[in-house]
Design a protein around this ligand. Structure first.
Ligand code: UD1
Length: 344
């Protein structure tokens, strides 16, 4: 940490910095001595997260509450602060909701990206890290999935905003000094080991791990396992679950690459996963082993839009960013559980 000397450190904007992945990335940035500015509209987060970040790092990030769709405020922000790099998390991310309200997703996710990039370019801020998703691959034809796997038509408007955003970045980097890295996340899970920050799903969780921990906590009576007739060894679907702290550290590696001018093209794309696939039943077993609890679950039909299996080929990200995961699935599940235990 570098508390006394922060003004000589690069100033990094984290949009959506109070969200699940954003808050963990803010912690890692502060641990590395970067000066962090957060813009968040609190649409899917709250101010307690700032306290959690402070409790871990002893540093209060500079916080600005506004919506990135507000072009004037976004430009004003970049005019008023010398930002050296931007990590852009702010986006709507509920797959089901995006099917109901596609225009909300296109407006929020594309509009805010365009406003941030324009604000950056007008102020000579040229380093950008983008939250993309393995959803752009759809059901890949070969596993593990490399970055050169063909992209499939998006299953949802949410997924399409990630594809379109990557295309916008390609055009923007071709026509300007902008240098960008898009990180295609696999399935981020877990929480900070301190249990000070974690995932805060609104209402009934859609994602597996929050549903697992809420079931274990008695908030939900039973976990439904969606599909046991997939062409996998145990019939349940396979994903690459990555600890959110490992994922956060991949952003630091990507940022350093840009700030040190080590990028090999104006837009680089990396998978961020563990490289290991786990089935839903394997996740349940790992949770039971890590927590010494029994989970109440039942096998039900498939969920619409789900793919059979996805896990990352991580050789490119390892070679180019020098990054790999350090934590196990059990670590992630135990941290998610300890975080769940702290919720009222
Ligand atoms: C989902 C999104 C994806 C998004 C990601 C991160 C869908 C179809 N995909 O990924 O676009 O990038 O979240 O937010 O929503 N499962 C159960 N029971 C449950 C919940 C999930 O069995 O109650 C299973 C699912 O069928 C899947 C696995 O667990 O096989 C993981 O599901 P989830 O955590 O929702 O992630 P993805 O669907 O992979």
């Amino acid at each position: 940490m570098n508390n006394g000397n922060t003004h000589h450190q690069p100033q990094i904007l984290v949009t959506g910095g109070l969200g699940f992945i954003g808050s963990h990335t803010v912690v890692e940035l502060q641990n590395e001595g970067y000066e962090v500015f957060i813009i968040d509209n609190l649409s899917n987060s709250n101010l307690d997260v700032l306290k959690g970040i402070y409790n871990i790092t002893g540093i209060k990030p500079k916080f600005f509450q506004f919506d990135l769709l507000d072009k004037e405020k976004t430009h004003q922000f970049f005019n008023q602060h010398r930002i050296n790099g931007v990590i852009h998390f702010a986006a709507s991310k509920a797959v089901g909701e995006s099917v109901e309200k596609p225009l909300k997703y296109y407006e929020n996710n594309i509009g805010s990206l365009v406003n941030v990039l324009q604000g950056m370019l007008d102020n000579n801020c040229n380093h950008f890290i983008f939250s993309s998703s393995c959803t752009v691959y759809g059901q890949a034809d070969t596993l593990p999935i490399t970055e050169s796997a063909p992209l499939k038509p998006a299953e949802s408007p949410y997924g399409n905003t990630k594809k379109i955003s990557e295309e916008i970045l390609l055009d923007a980097t071709r026509s300007s000094e902008l240098k960008a890295i898009a990180l295609r996340y696999f399935n981020p899970i877990g929480a900070h080991p301190s249990a000070e920050i974690g995932e805060l799903p609104l209402g009934v969780p859609n994602n597996l791990i929050p549903y697992v921990t809420q079931t274990a906590a008695g908030i939900r009576t039973q976990l439904s396992v969606f599909g046991n007739d997939y062409p996998t060894p145990d019939g349940t679907a396979i994903r690459d679950y990555i600890h959110v702290v490992d994922l956060a550290k991949a952003h630091i590696a990507a940022l350093k690459r840009l700030l040190n001018h080590e990028n090999k093209s104006q837009l680089e794309i990396f998978n961020v996963g563990t490289g290991m696939g786990s089935s839903v039943l394997e996740v349940i077993q790992a949770f039971e082993k890590a927590t010494h609890m029994k989970l109440n679950y039942q096998l039900v039909g498939r969920r619409a839009g789900d793919i059979t299996a996805a896990y990352a080929d991580t050789s490119l990200v390892h070679k180019e960013l020098g990054w790999k995961t350090e934590k196990s699935l059990e670590d992630a599940l135990l941290d998610a559980w300890n975080w769940q235990l702290k919720q009222k």
